[in-house]
Design a binder for this molecule. Sequence first.
Ligand code: ADP
Length: 610
Amino acid sequence: MKVMVIDDDLLLSDTLKDIIAARGNQVKTFTNAEEAIDEYQKKFYSLVLIDIGLPGMDGLECCRTIRNFSKGKYSVLIIFTGLTHLESLRESLTAGADDYLKKPFDLETLKIRLEIAEKLGLDRMERMLADEELKRAKRKAESATLARNNFLANVTHELRTPLNGILGYTQLLKRDGSMLPKQLHAIETIHECGEHLLTMINDVLDFSSIESQKFYINPQIFNFSILLKSIISIFRMKTLQKGFPFHCEIDDNLPVKVIGDEKRLRQILLNLLSNAVKYTINGHVIFRVKNKNNAILFEVEDTGIGISEDDIEKIFLPFHQVQDDRIQNEGAGLGLSITRTIIRMMGSDIIVQTRLGEGTIFKFQLELPEANEDNLLQEEEKEHKITGYHGPVKKVLVAEDIDKSRTFIREILEPMGFAVKEAINGKEAIRKAYSFIPDLILMDLVMPVMEGIEATKKIRSIPTLKHTKIIAVSANISHDIQQECFKAGCDDYITKPVQISELIELIQEHLDLSWISQAHTSVDDKHLLKTDVEQPPVIYPPYDEIEKMNKLVLSGKTTRLKAQIKKIDEHYPQCETFVKKVRQLLYEFRLEEIQLLIDQRKEKNTHDMF
Ligand code: ADP
Protein backbone atom coordinates (compact mmCIF):
# COMPACT_ATOMS: atom_id res chain seq x y z
CA MET A 1 0.00 0.00 0.00
CA LYS A 2 0.98 3.62 -0.40
CA VAL A 3 2.36 5.21 2.76
CA MET A 4 3.32 8.81 3.50
CA VAL A 5 5.66 9.84 6.35
CA ILE A 6 5.66 13.52 7.34
CA ASP A 7 8.53 14.47 9.66
CA ASP A 8 11.18 17.20 9.56
CA ASP A 9 13.61 14.87 11.42
CA LEU A 10 15.26 13.30 8.36
CA LEU A 11 17.02 10.57 10.31
CA LEU A 12 13.79 9.36 11.93
CA SER A 13 11.77 9.58 8.75
CA ASP A 14 14.40 7.57 6.85
CA THR A 15 14.36 4.90 9.58
CA LEU A 16 10.56 4.75 9.46
CA LYS A 17 10.66 4.59 5.67
CA ASP A 18 13.02 1.57 5.79
CA ILE A 19 10.90 -0.29 8.36
CA ILE A 20 7.61 0.33 6.46
CA ALA A 21 9.10 -0.39 3.02
CA ALA A 22 10.53 -3.67 4.34
CA ARG A 23 6.88 -4.73 4.92
CA GLY A 24 6.18 -4.45 1.19
CA ASN A 25 4.76 -0.89 1.11
CA GLN A 26 5.60 2.07 -1.15
CA VAL A 27 6.78 4.92 1.07
CA LYS A 28 7.27 8.62 0.36
CA THR A 29 8.65 11.09 2.92
CA PHE A 30 7.93 14.79 3.40
CA THR A 31 9.52 17.35 5.69
CA ASN A 32 6.51 19.73 5.93
CA ALA A 33 2.71 19.49 5.98
CA GLU A 34 2.04 21.81 3.01
CA GLU A 35 3.98 19.68 0.51
CA ALA A 36 2.48 16.49 1.89
CA ILE A 37 -1.07 17.84 1.57
CA ASP A 38 -0.32 18.94 -1.96
CA GLU A 39 0.80 15.42 -2.83
CA TYR A 40 -2.16 13.80 -1.01
CA GLN A 41 -4.60 15.86 -3.09
CA LYS A 42 -3.05 14.42 -6.22
CA LYS A 43 -2.75 10.80 -5.10
CA PHE A 44 -4.45 8.65 -2.52
CA TYR A 45 -2.33 7.28 0.40
CA SER A 46 -3.73 4.47 2.55
CA LEU A 47 -1.51 5.21 5.53
CA VAL A 48 -0.17 8.59 6.67
CA LEU A 49 2.22 8.98 9.62
CA ILE A 50 2.47 12.57 10.87
CA ASP A 51 4.80 14.13 13.41
CA ILE A 52 3.06 16.77 15.56
CA GLY A 53 5.96 19.24 15.66
CA LEU A 54 6.42 20.38 12.07
CA PRO A 55 7.68 23.71 10.69
CA GLY A 56 4.76 25.82 9.34
CA MET A 57 1.48 23.93 9.62
CA ASP A 58 1.67 21.59 12.61
CA GLY A 59 0.89 17.86 12.53
CA LEU A 60 -2.56 18.22 14.15
CA GLU A 61 -3.72 20.74 11.56
CA CYS A 62 -2.27 18.56 8.81
CA CYS A 63 -4.18 15.55 10.19
CA ARG A 64 -7.44 17.56 10.28
CA THR A 65 -6.94 18.81 6.71
CA ILE A 66 -6.31 15.34 5.31
CA ARG A 67 -9.26 13.86 7.18
CA ASN A 68 -11.56 16.54 5.75
CA PHE A 69 -10.85 15.66 2.14
CA SER A 70 -13.60 13.46 0.67
CA LYS A 71 -11.13 10.60 0.25
CA GLY A 72 -9.55 11.43 3.65
CA LYS A 73 -11.98 9.17 5.51
CA TYR A 74 -10.48 6.12 3.76
CA SER A 75 -6.85 6.78 4.99
CA VAL A 76 -5.40 5.53 8.26
CA LEU A 77 -3.81 8.51 10.01
CA ILE A 78 -1.23 8.00 12.77
CA ILE A 79 0.20 10.87 14.74
CA PHE A 80 3.53 10.50 16.51
CA THR A 81 5.13 12.81 18.99
CA GLY A 82 7.85 13.22 21.59
CA LEU A 83 5.31 14.99 23.87
CA THR A 84 4.34 12.88 26.79
CA HIS A 85 1.30 14.62 28.26
CA LEU A 86 -2.13 13.09 27.78
CA GLU A 87 -3.57 16.28 26.30
CA SER A 88 -1.67 15.71 23.04
CA LEU A 89 -3.28 12.23 22.79
CA ARG A 90 -6.73 13.82 23.16
CA GLU A 91 -5.89 16.51 20.59
CA SER A 92 -4.61 13.93 18.11
CA LEU A 93 -7.70 11.79 18.33
CA THR A 94 -9.94 14.87 18.10
CA ALA A 95 -8.04 15.95 14.96
CA GLY A 96 -9.12 12.66 13.38
CA ALA A 97 -6.09 10.42 14.00
CA ASP A 98 -6.68 6.66 14.16
CA ASP A 99 -3.63 6.01 16.33
CA TYR A 100 -1.03 7.81 18.41
CA LEU A 101 2.60 6.78 18.85
CA LYS A 102 5.14 8.08 21.31
CA LYS A 103 8.77 8.70 20.37
CA PRO A 104 11.26 7.12 20.73
CA PHE A 105 9.66 4.08 19.14
CA ASP A 106 9.93 0.62 20.57
CA LEU A 107 10.51 -1.48 17.42
CA GLU A 108 8.24 -4.39 18.43
CA THR A 109 5.38 -2.09 19.46
CA LEU A 110 5.81 -0.15 16.19
CA LYS A 111 5.57 -3.34 14.13
CA ILE A 112 2.32 -4.39 15.88
CA ARG A 113 0.81 -0.92 15.39
CA LEU A 114 1.85 -0.93 11.71
CA GLU A 115 0.36 -4.39 11.21
CA ILE A 116 -3.00 -3.23 12.63
CA ALA A 117 -2.85 0.01 10.58
CA GLU A 118 -2.17 -1.93 7.37
CA LYS A 119 -5.17 -4.20 7.96
CA LEU A 120 -7.38 -1.22 8.65
CA GLY A 121 -5.96 0.48 5.55
CA LEU A 122 -6.84 -2.52 3.37
CA ASP A 123 -10.41 -2.61 4.74
CA ARG A 124 -10.85 1.06 4.05
CA MET A 125 -9.41 0.71 0.58
CA GLU A 126 -11.98 -1.98 -0.16
CA ARG A 127 -14.74 0.24 1.16
CA MET A 128 -13.49 3.10 -0.96
CA LEU A 129 -13.58 0.97 -4.10
CA ALA A 130 -17.08 -0.27 -3.25
CA ASP A 131 -18.31 3.28 -2.56
CA GLU A 132 -16.84 4.49 -5.84
CA GLU A 133 -18.51 1.64 -7.69
CA LEU A 134 -21.80 2.54 -6.00
CA LYS A 135 -21.40 6.19 -6.93
CA ARG A 136 -20.66 5.26 -10.54
CA ALA A 137 -23.72 3.00 -10.66
CA LYS A 138 -25.87 5.72 -9.08
CA ARG A 139 -24.65 8.30 -11.57
CA LYS A 140 -25.37 5.88 -14.39
CA ALA A 141 -28.83 5.11 -13.03
CA GLU A 142 -29.54 8.82 -12.57
CA SER A 143 -28.56 9.63 -16.10
CA ALA A 144 -30.64 6.68 -17.35
CA THR A 145 -33.63 7.93 -15.30
CA LEU A 146 -33.13 11.41 -16.66
CA ALA A 147 -32.98 10.08 -20.22
CA ARG A 148 -36.08 7.94 -19.61
CA ASN A 149 -37.99 10.85 -18.07
CA ASN A 150 -37.06 13.14 -20.94
CA PHE A 151 -38.14 10.43 -23.34
CA LEU A 152 -41.44 9.94 -21.50
CA ALA A 153 -42.08 13.68 -21.38
CA ASN A 154 -41.47 13.95 -25.13
CA VAL A 155 -43.46 10.87 -26.05
CA THR A 156 -46.41 11.84 -23.87
CA HIS A 157 -46.31 15.30 -25.39
CA GLU A 158 -46.44 13.77 -28.85
CA LEU A 159 -49.30 11.47 -27.81
CA ARG A 160 -51.28 14.14 -26.06
CA THR A 161 -51.15 16.58 -28.96
CA PRO A 162 -53.31 14.54 -31.37
CA LEU A 163 -55.46 13.45 -28.41
CA ASN A 164 -55.98 17.11 -27.69
CA GLY A 165 -57.51 17.48 -31.11
CA ILE A 166 -59.68 14.37 -30.75
CA LEU A 167 -61.00 15.15 -27.28
CA GLY A 168 -61.41 18.83 -28.07
CA TYR A 169 -63.63 18.15 -31.04
CA THR A 170 -65.63 15.41 -29.36
CA GLN A 171 -66.32 17.89 -26.54
CA LEU A 172 -67.49 20.47 -29.06
CA LEU A 173 -69.62 17.98 -30.97
CA LYS A 174 -71.20 16.70 -27.77
CA ARG A 175 -72.32 20.25 -27.02
CA ASP A 176 -73.71 20.68 -30.51
CA GLY A 177 -77.48 20.23 -30.28
CA SER A 178 -77.95 19.14 -33.91
CA MET A 179 -76.50 15.59 -33.61
CA LEU A 180 -78.63 12.54 -34.29
CA PRO A 181 -78.72 10.02 -31.40
CA LYS A 182 -76.66 7.53 -33.45
CA GLN A 183 -74.02 10.17 -34.22
CA LEU A 184 -73.98 11.31 -30.61
CA HIS A 185 -73.41 7.75 -29.49
CA ALA A 186 -70.48 7.41 -31.92
CA ILE A 187 -69.00 10.68 -30.69
CA GLU A 188 -69.39 9.56 -27.08
CA THR A 189 -67.59 6.31 -27.87
CA ILE A 190 -64.71 8.18 -29.52
CA HIS A 191 -64.58 10.48 -26.52
CA GLU A 192 -64.52 7.58 -24.08
CA CYS A 193 -61.73 5.78 -25.95
CA GLY A 194 -59.76 9.01 -26.06
CA GLU A 195 -60.26 9.53 -22.32
CA HIS A 196 -59.10 5.98 -21.68
CA LEU A 197 -55.96 6.55 -23.71
CA LEU A 198 -55.36 9.79 -21.86
CA THR A 199 -55.68 8.04 -18.48
CA MET A 200 -53.07 5.50 -19.55
CA ILE A 201 -50.67 8.21 -20.73
CA ASN A 202 -51.22 10.20 -17.54
CA ASP A 203 -50.66 7.09 -15.40
CA VAL A 204 -47.33 6.40 -17.08
CA LEU A 205 -46.30 10.01 -16.64
CA ASP A 206 -47.42 10.11 -12.99
CA PHE A 207 -45.59 6.89 -12.28
CA SER A 208 -42.40 8.30 -13.71
CA SER A 209 -42.83 11.54 -11.70
CA ILE A 210 -43.35 9.50 -8.52
CA GLU A 211 -40.20 7.52 -9.26
CA SER A 212 -38.10 10.60 -9.83
CA GLN A 213 -39.69 12.24 -6.76
CA LYS A 214 -41.24 15.01 -8.79
CA PHE A 215 -44.82 14.29 -7.88
CA TYR A 216 -46.57 16.94 -5.81
CA ILE A 217 -49.88 17.56 -4.09
CA ASN A 218 -51.26 20.99 -4.82
CA PRO A 219 -54.10 21.94 -2.41
CA GLN A 220 -56.44 24.73 -3.50
CA ILE A 221 -60.00 25.82 -2.84
CA PHE A 222 -62.40 23.81 -4.98
CA ASN A 223 -66.08 23.03 -5.18
CA PHE A 224 -66.38 19.61 -3.60
CA SER A 225 -70.06 19.22 -4.41
CA ILE A 226 -69.45 19.88 -8.12
CA LEU A 227 -66.65 17.33 -8.12
CA LEU A 228 -68.92 14.71 -6.55
CA LYS A 229 -71.75 15.56 -8.95
CA SER A 230 -69.51 15.17 -11.98
CA ILE A 231 -68.02 11.88 -10.72
CA ILE A 232 -71.50 10.52 -9.94
CA SER A 233 -72.84 11.48 -13.36
CA ILE A 234 -69.90 9.73 -15.09
CA PHE A 235 -70.51 6.49 -13.18
CA ARG A 236 -74.31 6.64 -13.53
CA MET A 237 -73.64 6.45 -17.28
CA LYS A 238 -70.98 3.75 -17.03
CA THR A 239 -73.02 1.46 -14.78
CA LEU A 240 -76.12 2.04 -16.93
CA GLN A 241 -74.14 0.84 -19.94
CA LYS A 242 -73.02 -2.25 -18.01
CA GLY A 243 -76.54 -2.87 -16.81
CA PHE A 244 -76.26 -2.75 -13.01
CA PRO A 245 -77.24 -0.09 -10.46
CA PHE A 246 -74.97 2.58 -9.02
CA HIS A 247 -76.03 3.59 -5.51
CA CYS A 248 -74.76 6.79 -3.97
CA GLU A 249 -74.87 7.37 -0.22
CA ILE A 250 -73.70 10.94 0.15
CA ASP A 251 -74.03 12.76 3.49
CA ASP A 252 -76.24 15.86 3.42
CA ASN A 253 -73.91 17.90 5.58
CA LEU A 254 -70.79 17.72 3.42
CA PRO A 255 -68.92 21.00 2.93
CA VAL A 256 -69.52 22.67 -0.43
CA LYS A 257 -66.13 24.22 -0.91
CA VAL A 258 -63.05 22.62 0.52
CA ILE A 259 -59.29 22.94 0.41
CA GLY A 260 -57.54 20.02 -1.25
CA ASP A 261 -56.03 18.81 -4.48
CA GLU A 262 -59.11 18.44 -6.67
CA LYS A 263 -57.28 16.95 -9.61
CA ARG A 264 -55.69 14.23 -7.50
CA LEU A 265 -58.88 13.48 -5.57
CA ARG A 266 -60.73 13.13 -8.86
CA GLN A 267 -57.96 10.81 -10.08
CA ILE A 268 -58.29 8.58 -6.98
CA LEU A 269 -62.08 8.37 -7.20
CA LEU A 270 -62.07 7.76 -10.94
CA ASN A 271 -59.58 4.93 -10.47
CA LEU A 272 -61.45 3.21 -7.64
CA LEU A 273 -64.86 3.58 -9.24
CA SER A 274 -63.59 2.53 -12.70
CA ASN A 275 -62.09 -0.58 -11.12
CA ALA A 276 -65.31 -1.30 -9.24
CA VAL A 277 -67.28 -1.10 -12.49
CA LYS A 278 -64.62 -3.00 -14.45
CA TYR A 279 -64.34 -5.89 -11.98
CA THR A 280 -68.09 -6.27 -11.38
CA ILE A 281 -70.05 -8.54 -13.67
CA ASN A 282 -73.40 -8.21 -11.96
CA GLY A 283 -74.75 -6.85 -8.68
CA HIS A 284 -74.07 -3.21 -7.89
CA VAL A 285 -71.51 -0.55 -7.05
CA ILE A 286 -71.97 1.75 -4.06
CA PHE A 287 -70.23 5.09 -3.66
CA ARG A 288 -70.28 6.47 -0.10
CA VAL A 289 -69.04 9.88 1.04
CA LYS A 290 -69.48 10.61 4.74
CA ASN A 291 -68.55 13.39 7.11
CA LYS A 292 -66.57 11.80 9.92
CA ASN A 293 -64.89 13.70 12.75
CA ASN A 294 -63.47 16.59 10.72
CA ALA A 295 -62.53 14.27 7.90
CA ILE A 296 -64.33 12.88 4.89
CA LEU A 297 -64.63 9.15 4.48
CA PHE A 298 -64.80 7.79 0.94
CA GLU A 299 -65.93 4.23 0.23
CA VAL A 300 -66.26 2.36 -3.03
CA GLU A 301 -68.01 -0.96 -2.69
CA ASP A 302 -68.66 -3.52 -5.40
CA THR A 303 -70.10 -7.00 -5.73
CA GLY A 304 -67.39 -7.96 -8.20
CA ILE A 305 -64.86 -10.74 -8.53
CA GLY A 306 -63.03 -9.86 -5.29
CA ILE A 307 -59.32 -10.24 -4.58
CA SER A 308 -57.58 -13.26 -3.04
CA GLU A 309 -55.69 -12.77 0.21
CA ASP A 310 -52.38 -13.44 -1.54
CA ASP A 311 -53.02 -10.64 -3.99
CA ILE A 312 -54.21 -7.94 -1.59
CA GLU A 313 -50.77 -6.36 -1.08
CA LYS A 314 -49.63 -7.10 -4.62
CA ILE A 315 -52.39 -5.12 -6.34
CA PHE A 316 -50.77 -1.93 -5.04
CA LEU A 317 -47.49 -2.77 -6.76
CA PRO A 318 -46.91 -1.08 -10.09
CA PHE A 319 -47.87 -3.14 -13.15
CA HIS A 320 -49.43 -5.89 -11.02
CA GLN A 321 -52.66 -7.24 -12.45
CA VAL A 322 -54.61 -10.31 -11.38
CA GLN A 323 -55.61 -12.36 -14.38
CA ASP A 324 -59.28 -13.30 -14.55
CA ASP A 325 -60.77 -14.85 -17.67
CA ARG A 326 -64.09 -13.12 -17.11
CA ILE A 327 -62.55 -9.64 -17.28
CA GLN A 328 -60.75 -8.06 -20.18
CA ASN A 329 -57.86 -6.31 -18.48
CA GLU A 330 -57.41 -3.05 -20.29
CA GLY A 331 -55.34 -0.99 -17.86
CA ALA A 332 -51.60 -0.80 -17.30
CA GLY A 333 -51.75 -1.95 -13.66
CA LEU A 334 -50.60 1.46 -12.41
CA GLY A 335 -53.87 2.91 -11.10
CA LEU A 336 -53.87 1.50 -7.57
CA SER A 337 -50.16 2.06 -7.08
CA ILE A 338 -50.59 5.75 -7.97
CA THR A 339 -53.82 5.98 -5.94
CA ARG A 340 -52.15 4.68 -2.78
CA THR A 341 -49.15 6.97 -3.28
CA ILE A 342 -51.42 10.01 -3.60
CA ILE A 343 -53.51 9.07 -0.55
CA ARG A 344 -50.34 8.55 1.49
CA MET A 345 -48.95 11.88 0.29
CA MET A 346 -52.20 13.42 1.53
CA GLY A 347 -51.41 12.01 4.97
CA SER A 348 -53.78 9.05 4.98
CA ASP A 349 -53.92 5.47 3.73
CA ILE A 350 -56.20 3.17 1.79
CA ILE A 351 -57.92 0.12 3.28
CA VAL A 352 -59.22 -2.90 1.34
CA GLN A 353 -61.84 -5.36 2.53
CA THR A 354 -62.47 -8.11 0.07
CA ARG A 355 -63.73 -11.66 -0.42
CA LEU A 356 -62.89 -13.63 -3.49
CA GLY A 357 -66.01 -14.01 -5.61
CA GLU A 358 -68.09 -11.72 -3.39
CA GLY A 359 -66.80 -8.20 -3.83
CA THR A 360 -64.49 -5.51 -2.57
CA ILE A 361 -64.58 -2.30 -0.54
CA PHE A 362 -61.83 0.28 -0.89
CA LYS A 363 -61.95 3.07 1.70
CA PHE A 364 -59.89 6.04 2.73
CA GLN A 365 -60.33 9.13 4.83
CA LEU A 366 -59.09 12.62 3.97
CA GLU A 367 -58.95 15.89 5.78
CA LEU A 368 -60.52 18.43 3.44
CA PRO A 369 -60.97 21.65 5.44
CA GLU A 370 -64.04 23.68 4.51
CA ALA A 371 -63.52 26.93 2.58
CA ASN A 372 -66.24 29.53 2.75
CA GLU A 373 -65.35 32.55 0.69
CA ASP A 374 -67.12 32.14 -2.65
CA ASN A 375 -70.75 31.33 -3.08
CA LEU A 376 -71.93 28.15 -4.70
CA LEU A 377 -74.27 29.90 -7.13
CA GLN A 378 -71.40 31.28 -9.19
CA GLU A 379 -69.95 27.80 -9.60
CA GLU A 380 -73.27 26.37 -10.62
CA GLU A 381 -73.71 29.01 -13.28
CA LYS A 382 -70.64 27.69 -14.99
CA GLU A 383 -72.35 24.39 -15.51
CA HIS A 384 -74.80 25.91 -17.95
CA LYS A 385 -73.90 26.60 -21.52
CA ILE A 386 -72.31 30.02 -21.62
CA THR A 387 -73.53 32.30 -24.36
CA GLY A 388 -71.73 35.49 -23.42
CA TYR A 389 -70.54 37.72 -20.64
CA HIS A 390 -71.36 41.13 -19.27
CA GLY A 391 -69.24 44.12 -20.22
CA PRO A 392 -67.10 45.14 -23.18
CA VAL A 393 -65.70 42.64 -25.69
CA LYS A 394 -62.52 40.96 -24.43
CA LYS A 395 -59.65 40.18 -26.77
CA VAL A 396 -57.84 36.85 -26.66
CA LEU A 397 -54.69 35.92 -28.54
CA VAL A 398 -54.19 32.18 -29.04
CA ALA A 399 -50.51 31.35 -29.55
CA GLU A 400 -50.35 27.73 -30.68
CA ASP A 401 -48.49 26.06 -33.53
CA ILE A 402 -50.93 23.21 -34.08
CA ASP A 403 -53.78 24.30 -36.35
CA LYS A 404 -56.37 22.01 -34.80
CA SER A 405 -55.68 23.10 -31.24
CA ARG A 406 -55.79 26.76 -32.25
CA THR A 407 -59.06 26.40 -34.11
CA PHE A 408 -60.52 24.40 -31.24
CA ILE A 409 -59.94 27.25 -28.80
CA ARG A 410 -61.16 29.83 -31.28
CA GLU A 411 -64.32 27.82 -31.79
CA ILE A 412 -64.99 27.75 -28.07
CA LEU A 413 -64.28 31.40 -27.45
CA GLU A 414 -65.80 33.16 -30.42
CA PRO A 415 -69.37 31.97 -29.84
CA MET A 416 -68.98 33.30 -26.33
CA GLY A 417 -68.30 36.77 -27.72
CA PHE A 418 -64.52 36.97 -27.44
CA ALA A 419 -62.49 38.66 -30.18
CA VAL A 420 -59.89 36.05 -31.02
CA LYS A 421 -56.64 36.34 -32.94
CA GLU A 422 -54.18 33.56 -33.60
CA ALA A 423 -50.38 33.27 -33.67
CA ILE A 424 -48.48 30.21 -34.77
CA ASN A 425 -45.27 30.77 -32.79
CA GLY A 426 -43.85 32.88 -29.99
CA LYS A 427 -42.40 35.49 -32.33
CA GLU A 428 -45.71 36.02 -34.08
CA ALA A 429 -47.43 36.13 -30.68
CA ILE A 430 -45.24 39.07 -29.65
CA ARG A 431 -45.87 40.87 -32.94
CA LYS A 432 -49.64 40.35 -32.80
CA ALA A 433 -49.82 41.20 -29.10
CA TYR A 434 -48.21 44.58 -29.88
CA SER A 435 -50.96 45.62 -32.27
CA PHE A 436 -53.92 43.67 -30.84
CA ILE A 437 -53.28 44.49 -27.14
CA PRO A 438 -55.15 41.38 -25.98
CA ASP A 439 -56.74 41.07 -22.57
CA LEU A 440 -55.55 37.49 -22.46
CA ILE A 441 -52.95 35.37 -24.22
CA LEU A 442 -53.23 31.58 -24.24
CA MET A 443 -49.60 30.67 -24.73
CA ASP A 444 -48.61 27.21 -25.86
CA LEU A 445 -45.18 26.36 -24.43
CA VAL A 446 -43.74 24.18 -27.17
CA MET A 447 -43.72 26.09 -30.45
CA PRO A 448 -41.25 26.43 -33.32
CA VAL A 449 -39.22 29.63 -33.96
CA MET A 450 -39.76 30.90 -30.41
CA GLU A 451 -41.11 28.90 -27.51
CA GLY A 452 -43.84 30.10 -25.16
CA ILE A 453 -41.64 30.81 -22.14
CA GLU A 454 -39.30 33.08 -24.09
CA ALA A 455 -42.22 34.86 -25.76
CA THR A 456 -43.84 35.38 -22.33
CA LYS A 457 -40.65 36.91 -20.95
CA LYS A 458 -40.46 39.31 -23.92
CA ILE A 459 -44.16 40.23 -23.66
CA ARG A 460 -43.71 40.93 -19.97
CA SER A 461 -41.13 43.57 -20.84
CA ILE A 462 -43.58 45.52 -23.08
CA PRO A 463 -45.21 48.29 -20.99
CA THR A 464 -48.42 48.50 -23.09
CA LEU A 465 -49.09 44.83 -22.36
CA LYS A 466 -48.68 45.05 -18.63
CA HIS A 467 -52.40 44.37 -18.03
CA THR A 468 -52.49 41.41 -20.42
CA LYS A 469 -52.99 38.11 -18.64
CA ILE A 470 -51.01 35.15 -19.89
CA ILE A 471 -52.13 31.56 -19.37
CA ALA A 472 -49.59 28.90 -20.32
CA VAL A 473 -50.96 25.90 -22.20
CA SER A 474 -48.98 22.69 -22.31
CA ALA A 475 -49.17 18.93 -22.34
CA ASN A 476 -46.18 18.75 -20.04
CA ILE A 477 -47.51 19.31 -16.56
CA SER A 478 -44.46 18.82 -14.38
CA HIS A 479 -44.05 20.98 -11.28
CA ASP A 480 -40.75 22.37 -12.60
CA ILE A 481 -42.36 23.59 -15.81
CA GLN A 482 -45.16 25.23 -13.84
CA GLN A 483 -42.59 27.08 -11.75
CA GLU A 484 -40.74 28.13 -14.89
CA CYS A 485 -43.98 29.54 -16.35
CA PHE A 486 -44.72 31.60 -13.28
CA LYS A 487 -41.13 32.86 -13.23
CA ALA A 488 -41.40 33.92 -16.86
CA GLY A 489 -44.51 35.97 -16.02
CA CYS A 490 -47.46 33.68 -16.73
CA ASP A 491 -50.52 34.26 -14.57
CA ASP A 492 -51.74 30.70 -14.72
CA TYR A 493 -51.38 27.35 -16.32
CA ILE A 494 -53.71 24.94 -18.11
CA THR A 495 -52.89 21.44 -19.29
CA LYS A 496 -53.61 19.86 -22.63
CA PRO A 497 -55.96 18.38 -23.64
CA VAL A 498 -57.74 21.59 -22.70
CA GLN A 499 -60.94 20.94 -20.78
CA ILE A 500 -63.53 23.52 -21.79
CA SER A 501 -64.83 23.91 -18.22
CA GLU A 502 -61.33 24.48 -16.86
CA LEU A 503 -60.54 27.02 -19.56
CA ILE A 504 -63.78 28.89 -18.88
CA GLU A 505 -63.05 28.92 -15.17
CA LEU A 506 -59.57 30.34 -15.68
CA ILE A 507 -60.78 32.99 -18.11
CA GLN A 508 -63.48 34.04 -15.68
CA GLU A 509 -60.99 34.28 -12.86
CA HIS A 510 -58.35 36.25 -14.74
CA LEU A 511 -60.61 38.57 -16.76
CA ASP A 512 -63.03 38.98 -13.86
CA LEU A 513 -66.07 38.12 -15.97
CA SER A 514 -69.61 37.32 -15.11
CA TRP A 515 -71.17 34.91 -17.59
CA ILE A 516 -74.47 34.95 -19.36
CA SER A 517 -75.56 31.36 -19.64
CA GLN A 518 -78.31 29.79 -21.68
CA ALA A 519 -80.15 28.43 -18.70
CA HIS A 520 -79.94 31.72 -16.86
CA THR A 521 -80.62 34.11 -19.71
CA SER A 522 -83.49 35.89 -18.03
CA VAL A 523 -85.21 38.96 -19.44
CA ASP A 524 -82.76 41.04 -17.47
CA ASP A 525 -79.81 39.16 -18.83
CA LYS A 526 -81.05 39.63 -22.36
CA HIS A 527 -81.49 43.31 -21.66
CA LEU A 528 -77.98 43.49 -20.29
CA LEU A 529 -76.69 41.73 -23.36
CA LYS A 530 -78.13 44.46 -25.52
CA THR A 531 -77.25 47.47 -23.44
CA ASP A 532 -74.11 46.61 -21.51
CA VAL A 533 -72.03 44.99 -24.19
CA GLU A 534 -70.32 47.67 -26.17
CA GLN A 535 -70.90 46.33 -29.65
CA PRO A 536 -68.37 47.87 -32.01
CA PRO A 537 -69.84 49.11 -35.34
CA VAL A 538 -69.80 46.53 -38.15
CA ILE A 539 -67.30 47.45 -40.84
CA TYR A 540 -67.67 45.34 -43.97
CA PRO A 541 -64.84 44.13 -46.19
CA PRO A 542 -64.52 45.36 -49.81
CA TYR A 543 -67.10 44.35 -52.35
CA ASP A 544 -64.99 41.79 -54.27
CA GLU A 545 -64.19 39.92 -51.06
CA ILE A 546 -67.91 39.82 -50.25
CA GLU A 547 -68.60 38.56 -53.75
CA LYS A 548 -66.14 35.70 -53.25
CA MET A 549 -67.87 34.84 -49.98
CA ASN A 550 -71.22 34.96 -51.69
CA LYS A 551 -70.18 32.35 -54.28
CA LEU A 552 -68.79 30.04 -51.62
CA VAL A 553 -71.94 30.31 -49.50
CA LEU A 554 -74.17 29.61 -52.51
CA SER A 555 -72.14 26.52 -53.44
CA GLY A 556 -71.92 25.38 -49.76
CA LYS A 557 -68.10 25.24 -49.79
CA THR A 558 -67.58 25.79 -46.08
CA THR A 559 -63.90 24.90 -45.89
CA ARG A 560 -63.04 27.42 -48.55
CA LEU A 561 -65.41 29.90 -46.95
CA LYS A 562 -63.49 29.47 -43.72
CA ALA A 563 -60.24 30.20 -45.55
CA GLN A 564 -61.79 33.27 -47.19
CA ILE A 565 -62.89 34.58 -43.77
CA LYS A 566 -59.40 33.98 -42.43
CA LYS A 567 -57.98 35.97 -45.33
CA ILE A 568 -60.38 38.86 -44.63
CA ASP A 569 -59.42 38.72 -40.96
CA GLU A 570 -55.74 38.98 -41.80
CA HIS A 571 -56.01 41.69 -44.46
CA TYR A 572 -58.75 43.85 -42.97
CA PRO A 573 -58.34 43.91 -39.18
CA GLN A 574 -60.91 46.73 -38.99
CA CYS A 575 -63.57 44.19 -40.09
CA GLU A 576 -63.10 42.23 -36.88
CA THR A 577 -66.77 42.41 -35.83
CA PHE A 578 -67.99 41.29 -39.24
CA VAL A 579 -65.49 38.40 -39.28
CA LYS A 580 -66.51 37.39 -35.77
CA LYS A 581 -70.17 37.37 -36.68
CA VAL A 582 -69.63 35.28 -39.83
CA ARG A 583 -67.37 32.85 -37.99
CA GLN A 584 -69.97 32.30 -35.32
CA LEU A 585 -72.67 31.72 -37.93
CA LEU A 586 -70.42 29.35 -39.85
CA TYR A 587 -69.57 27.48 -36.66
CA GLU A 588 -73.28 26.94 -36.14
CA PHE A 589 -73.66 26.16 -39.83
CA ARG A 590 -76.19 28.99 -40.31
CA LEU A 591 -75.36 29.63 -43.96
CA GLU A 592 -78.65 31.38 -44.74
CA GLU A 593 -77.86 34.00 -42.14
CA ILE A 594 -74.42 34.52 -43.64
CA GLN A 595 -76.18 35.01 -46.96
CA LEU A 596 -78.43 37.62 -45.35
CA LEU A 597 -75.41 39.47 -44.01
CA ILE A 598 -73.82 39.41 -47.46
CA ASP A 599 -77.05 40.69 -49.04
CA GLN A 600 -77.17 43.53 -46.52
CA ARG A 601 -73.66 44.51 -47.55
CA LYS A 602 -74.54 44.38 -51.19
CA GLU A 603 -77.50 46.68 -50.65
CA LYS A 604 -75.44 49.26 -48.78
CA ASN A 605 -73.69 52.21 -50.38
CA THR A 606 -69.96 52.05 -50.53
CA HIS A 607 -69.37 55.15 -48.36
CA ASP A 608 -70.22 53.52 -45.03
CA MET A 609 -68.17 50.47 -45.86
CA PHE A 610 -64.55 49.89 -46.34
P1 ADP B 1 -55.60 -1.95 -13.68
O1 ADP B 1 -57.02 -1.82 -13.27
O2 ADP B 1 -55.19 -0.98 -14.73
O3 ADP B 1 -55.19 -3.35 -14.00
P2 ADP B 1 -54.97 -1.11 -10.98
O4 ADP B 1 -53.67 -0.73 -10.39
O5 ADP B 1 -56.06 -0.10 -10.91
O6 ADP B 1 -54.67 -1.52 -12.47
O7 ADP B 1 -55.44 -2.44 -10.30
C1 ADP B 1 -54.50 -3.49 -10.12
C2 ADP B 1 -55.19 -4.82 -10.03
O8 ADP B 1 -55.97 -4.88 -8.84
C3 ADP B 1 -56.17 -5.08 -11.16
O9 ADP B 1 -55.53 -5.60 -12.29
C4 ADP B 1 -57.12 -6.08 -10.50
O10 ADP B 1 -56.55 -7.36 -10.58
C5 ADP B 1 -57.13 -5.69 -9.03
N1 ADP B 1 -58.31 -4.87 -8.67
C6 ADP B 1 -58.38 -3.54 -8.53
N2 ADP B 1 -59.61 -3.14 -8.17
C7 ADP B 1 -60.36 -4.26 -8.06
C8 ADP B 1 -61.73 -4.51 -7.69
N3 ADP B 1 -62.57 -3.53 -7.38
N4 ADP B 1 -62.12 -5.81 -7.68
C9 ADP B 1 -61.28 -6.81 -7.99
N5 ADP B 1 -59.99 -6.62 -8.33
C10 ADP B 1 -59.52 -5.38 -8.37
